[in-house]
Write a protein that binds this ligand. Structure first.
Ligand SMILES: Nc1ncnc2c1ncn2[C@@H]1O[C@H](COP(=O)(O)OP(=O)(O)OP(=O)(O)O)[C@@H](O)[C@H]1O
Ligand SMILES: [Mg+2]
Length: 478
C-alpha cells in the first residue's frame, strides 16, 4: 500500500518521499491508522521493517510545533538508538518544522539543557538521563501527550522497568502510549495493563521470527579455533560492512584488536567505553571507514546502518531473542544479508534450541578450509587487477612493464602483481581469552530467572564483577 492510500497529510507524504520510501511496510500499513486514531498500541514486527516511522509519523502529525512545550516522549534502551531515532524523527518532521532532541547519558548535560531550551516538541531519551532532567526541571512531563516505549522488553531486561513505571506515573493519564517489543514477558504485560488504556495489539506475525531475506548459517567451531575460522569466513565472504557480536566487553576488546593486527579494518563498541568514543566508532562504521564493527549486545537492538551485509555471532547468544535482534542488523528494509553463528561443539544443543525457537532455516556449514580462503583472496586480487585495467589505471606504466617482461616470464610478473594486491595476513600477536560456553537449558542446572539475568547483565564476564557491571550498565544507558 502506498502512503497516499493511507491518507497521510501532504507534509508527511513529502517527508516519506524525501526519505525515499515509496510503499508503506506491512507494519506501517497496520499501525498508522490505529495510532493516528489515537488508540494505545502494542506493536510487534520483525527487525528492520520500519517500526520507527510507524510511530514517528503519527507523533509528528499530532504535535503542534507552535506549542513551546514538550508533547511527546520516546524512550529507548541505548544511547545510540536514542540518537538514531531522534535523527529519523527530525528528518520526517522537517516538512512540518517539528523538532526532536535526544537526551541520553554520558553526554554533556550543559549542551542538552541548551538544546532543550530551543523548545523541541519531541524528546527521545534513555530512561536514566530523562529522569535526571525531570528532577532538574529541565524537562517537564506535564505537557507530554504521547509516549513511545521502543524495544520495551530490552529496557525490561536491562533493569529499567522501575524507572519506566516512575516515568509513566508522572505523565498525565490522558495520553497515548505506544509500546514496541519483540516479546511480551509477564512483567511487561503488567506494565501494559497498568499504564495503557485498552491497547490494541498490532503485529505482523509470520512463522519465522526473522525476516526471510537473511540467509542464516551455523558453524561448529571449537572455542580456540574461532579466530582463525572468523578470518577465513571473512576472506571467503568479503563483507561490505559486518557486525561481529562477542559475548563480553573483554571479548570485544580482544577480538577487535586481534582483527586489526591481522589487517582487517575493525573497531569495537561496548558499554564501558566513553560515550564520545562509542559515538565516534559508530560514525566511522556508518561512513564505511570501519568495515567490521565488533560489538556486545549494546549494538543489537534497533541500530540501523544501511549496507550491513553480514552479521557474525562470534559467540552464540544466550537467548533466542538476542539472536533475532543481532542478525536483524542486516537484511533491513528489504535488502538481503547473511548471518553466521559460531557454536562450540558443546553449544550445538543451544544452537538447536535457537533454531527451534526462531523457526527460521539455519544452514549448517563447514568452516572454509585455509585453501578455500586463500583461493578467495586470490580471486579478489585478480578482480582488483582486472578493475585496474578496466579503469585504465595502468596507462603510462607500459614501458616499465615491457622492461620487466624482458627480464621475467609474463606469468611471473602477473603473479608478482597479484601478490602485491593480496592483503597481507599477519597472525595476531595475542590469543583470545577463552569464554565459557553456553550449555543448552535442558542440560544446565535450573538457574531460573536469576541465572539469565546475570548472564545478560554481566557484560564484563566474571561473577566477582557483577555488582560493578550492574552499576555500569545502568549508568551507560541512562
Ligand atoms: N516504507 C519504507 N520503505 C522503505 N524503507 C523504509 C520504509 N520505512 C522504513 N524504512 C527504512 O528501513 C530501515 C529500518 O527501519 P527501522 O529502523 O525503523 O526498523 P525497525 O522495524 O525499527 O527495526 P528493529 O526491530 O531492528 O528496531 C530504515 O533504514 C528505514 O529508513
Ligand atoms: Mg526499531
Amino acid at each position: 500500500m502506498t502512503f497516499e492510500e493511507l491518507d497521510l497529510p501532504p507534509y508527511l507524504l513529502k517527508s516519506v518521499q524525501q526519505m525515499g520510501f515509496t510503499e508503506a511496510t506491512s507494519i506501517q500499513e497496520k499501525i498508522l491508522p490505529v495510532a493516528r486514531g489515537g488508540s494505545d498500541v502494542i506493536g510487534q514486527a520483525q527487525t528492520g521493517t520500519g517500526k520507527t516511522a510507524a510511530f514517528a509519523l503519527p507523533i509528528i502529525e499530532k504535535v503542534d510545533p507552535e506549542d513551546p512545550n514538550v508533547q511527546a516522549l520516546i524512550l529507548t534502551p541505548t544511547r545510540e538508538l536514542a540518537v538514531q531515532v531522534c535523527e529519523e524523527v527530525n528528518s520526517l518532521g522537517r516538512t512540518k518544522k517539528v523538532k526532536a532532541v535526544a537526551v541520553y547519558g554520558g553526554a554533556d548535560m550543559g549542551r542538552q539543557i541548551r538544546e532543550l531550551k530551543a523548545r523541541p516538541s519531541i524528546i527521545v531519551a534513555t530512561p536514566g538521563r530523562y529522569m535526571d532532567h525531570t528532577r532538574r526541571r529541565t524537562i517537564r512531563p506535564q505537557s507530554i501527550r504521547t509516549v513511545v516505549l521502543d524495544e520495551a522488553d530490552e529496557m525490561l531486561s536491562m533493569g529499567f522497568i522501575e524507572d519506566i513505571e516512575e516515568i509513566l506515573e508522572k505523565i498525565p493519564e490522558e495520553r497515548q502510549t505506544l509500546l514496541f517489543s519483540a516479546t511480551m514477558p509477564n512483567r511487561l504485560k503488567k506494565v501494559a495493563d497498568r499504564f495503557m488504556t485498552e491497547p490494541e495489539t498490532v503485529s505482523v506475525k509470520t512463522k519465522a521470527m526473522t525476516v526471510s531475506n537473511i540467509e542464516q548459517f551455523a558453524l561448529k567451531v571449537p572455542e580456540k579455533q574461532k579466530l582463525s575460522a572468523l578470518s577465513r569466513v571473512l576472506d571467503f565472504e568479503d563483507p561490505d560492512l559486518a557486525i561481529i557480536f562477542g559475548r563480553t566487553k573483554r571479548r570485544v576488546d580482544e577480538l577487535s584488536e586481534a582483527l586489526e593486527q591481522q589487517g582487517y579494518e575493525a573497531a569495537g563498541i561496548h558499554g564501558d567505553m566513553k560515550q564520545a568514543q562509542r559515538t565516534n566508532v559508530l560514525r566511522r562504521f556508518k561512513q564505511g571507514a570501519v568495515k567490521y564493527l565488533v560489538a556486545t549486545d549494546v549494538a543489537a537492538r534497533g541500530i540501523d546502518v544501511s549496507g550491513v551485509t553480514h552479521v557474525f555471532n562470534f559467540d552464540i547468544p544466550q537467548e533466542s531473542d538476542s539472536y533475532v535482534h543481532r542478525i536483524g542488523r542486516t537484511g533491513r528494509a528489504g535488502h538481503s544479508g547473511k548471518a553466521f553463528t559460531f557454536a562450540a561443539p558443546v553449544e550445538m544443543d543451544h544452537m538447536a534450541m535457537i533454531e527451534k525457537a526462531t523457526k527460521g532455516s539455519i544452514k549448517h556449514i563447514d568452516v572454509p578450509s585455509d585453501h578455500e580462503a586463500e583461493i578467495a583472496r586470490q580471486e579478489r586480487a585478480a578482480q582488483e587487477l582486472t578493475q585496474i585495467i578496466e579503469k585504465g589505471e595502468h596507462t603510462g606504466l607500459e614501458p616499465m612493464a615491457e622492461k620487466l617482461l624482458q627480464e621475467h616470464e609474463p606469468v611471473t610478473v602477473v603473479a608478482a602483481a597479484l601478490s602485491m594486491l593480496q592483503k597481507d595476513k599477519k597472525e595476531p600477536a595475542k590469543k583470545l581469552t577463552g569464554e565459557r560456553p553456553i550449555v543448552s537449558k535442558q542440560k544446565r542446572k535450573p538457574a531460573g530467572k536469576q541465572g539469565r539475568f546475570q548472564q545478560r547483565r554481566g557484560g564484563g564476564g566474571r561473577q566477582k564483577n557483577q555488582g560493578r557491571n550492574r552499576g555500569n550498565q545502568r549508568q551507560r544507558s541512562g
